[in-house]
Write a protein that binds this ligand. Structure first.
Ligand SMILES: [Zn+2]
Length: 151
C-alpha cells in the first residue's frame, strides 16, 4: 500500500516512512492536484478534510479521525492498511521518502559527530538528500514507543 498524506498529516507521513511505507506528502491546499497525484501513482489519500470525497471509482480516500499521530497510525493498523514488520523499519528517508542505501562506516567519519562515529557501527544514507542515519538511541526509542502502542 502506497500513501499520499495531505497537509494536515505531515507527522503521520513521517511515521509511515519510519515503518517503511512509501508515503508522499502534499503541502498544497488545492484538492484537485492532490487527487490527480494519487491517481497517477496509485496511492491512497490520507486526509483530515471532511469535504474531500472520491470523484471516480478508482479514487481511494481515507479520512483520518484521530488528532495524535500515533493514534492515527493505530487507526491505519486497525483498518488493516498498515502492519508492523521490523525488517521494514528505518529503510526510508524520513525527509524525502527515498529508500536508503547502506553506507560503509569509514564514509561516516567526518560526516557525523565524532561521538556518534565512535559509538555506531551501522550507517545508511539517503541517495536523494544525502541525510545519514544510524542505529542510535533515537531509533530504539521510536521502536519501543511503536511496540508499546501496538503490542
Ligand atoms: Zn532523503
Amino acid at each position: 500500500m502506497k500513501f499520499l498524506a495531505d497537509r494536515m498529516l505531515g507527522k503521520l507521513a513521517k511515521e509511515l516512512r519510519m515503518l517503511g511505507y512509501d508515503t508522499l506528502y502534499y503541502r498544497g491546499e488545492n484538492t484537485y492536484p492532490l487527487i490527480k497525484w494519487a491517481r497517477e501513482e496509485d496511492r491512497m489519500i490520507l486526509t483530515r478534510n471532511t469535504k474531500l470525497l472520491p470523484r471516480r471509482p478508482e479514487d481511494r480516500i481515507l479520512r483520518i479521525m484521530e488528532d495524535n499521530p500515533l493514534l492515527q497510525l493505530k487507526e491505519l493498523i486497525k483498518k488493516g492498511l498498515v502492519s508492523l514488520k521490523e525488517e521494514n523499519f528505518f529503510v526510508r528517508c524520513l525527509l524525502c521518502n527515498h529508500l536508503l542505501d547502506e553506507m560503509p562506516r569509514e564514509e561516516a567519519e567526518g560526516n557525523v559527530p565524532d561521538f556518534i562515529f565512535h559509538q555506531q557501527k551501522e550507517y545508511s544514507r539517503c541517495p536523494q538528500c544525502l541525510k545519514i542515519y544510524w542505529k542510535g538511541s533515537h531509533r530504539d526509542h521510536m521502536k519501543r514507543k511503536v511496540e508499546k502502542l501496538f503490542g
